[in-house]
Design a protein around this ligand. Sequence first.
Ligand code: GUN
Ligand code: ZN
Length: 432
Amino acid sequence: MADVRAYRAALVHCLDDPAKGGEEAVVWHPDGLLLVEDGHVADCGDWTALSPYLAADTPVEHLPGRILTPGFVDTHIHFPQIDMIGSFSGQLLDWLDEKTFPAERAFADRAHADTAARAFLDELLRNGTTTAMVFGSVHRASVNALFEAALARDMRLIAGKSLMDGGPDGLRDTAASGQDDDEALIADWSRRGRLGYAVTPRFALSSSPEQLAAAGETLRRHDHVWMQTHLAETPREVAQVARAFPEARDYLDVYDRFGLVTDRSIFAHCVHMSDRSLHRMARAGAAIAHCPTSNLFLGSGLFDLARADAHGVVVGLGTDVGAGTSFSLLTTAARACDVAQMKGRPLDPLRTFYLATLGGARALRLEDRIGSFRTGVEADFVALDPAATPLLARRLAGVTDIREILFALMVLGDDRAVAGTWLAGKLAHSRD
Ligand code: GUN
Ligand code: ZN
């Protein structure tokens, strides 16, 4: 017997990018019905239109005052950095040496990784994030711990172990051992439940040409595997990459020469990019993880979304914890709006909401599975509370315009605004 449940609440989701599809790209039902069958969306629409067709024995959960949205998609985050978020240092390369690498060394220990994995997934769910693309540490054990915990929750998660044969002591693999680890992790986890694997060369400064070549080979060998890395985050890093790879035309070209620029590739940051690189990414169908809180925290620069749009590059949002300062995609979306303001190109709140949901799904090539309430997608969703704090309650009292509601939730909300999170139709986090 099919497991059928109905949820009555306000509903909002995107069918397309509002920058392209206009207002019609966003579907808003102030009194809506979400019908879930065996963990998938069976229908979504107005309560008055759909409720007469509900079978008499379908349980209906009424969530008055809540707004259901598709679960948030975090296209870039670091699992072994959960316990060093908010660590004061200088810019990227100093922060890595002083604060990040010491914290990641601890993930050689499986017991430590197990405890951190449970806390990490709890934190994602508390913030309404139902899908994430995640960096593990260099240790295979860290990714085993994360996948095991995600499988137990039936969570959609893409992750990979960091490849870093040029890393510091205690955080170094070799081109051969990194490739062996990748193969073992792919064999053990990829496509189990809702798990996916990403080949994860940390960045051009952490991997030798041999390791980048091996990463490209692994990516070519497995057409269901993704690739994630960092690209053009800070000027100092870009200059060092140019010195280390003098034959490359630019930073992206370092990866391109090893077959790492594909439509399954997600590049975090992309703050300091040439037009050539953006054009090449668009042609390859590669995506950008825009990480505004991280770029502000490390002083990396202001990502130019309008320029990426002009080139037609797919963009999602990434928290980039622990350089990112919040697990919340609401907060991350608000900072994306701030950065766009600094660039003189204001970002419409509906578009920002799209980036946190369907846009992220598109960046990960998972649009047919997650990111909306289209019939057939996986029922990963959140219940937002527009009265989560006294200030939000005052700000949104009597407001019915969804653009205004979502914007206030981004600016004033965070994990406190997430009343509940469902994975494949099952409640996985409840705030109250
Ligand atoms: N570049 C290489 N490693 C990292 C990392 O851990 N965080 C960020 N923000 N950038 C990186
Ligand atoms: Zn990162």
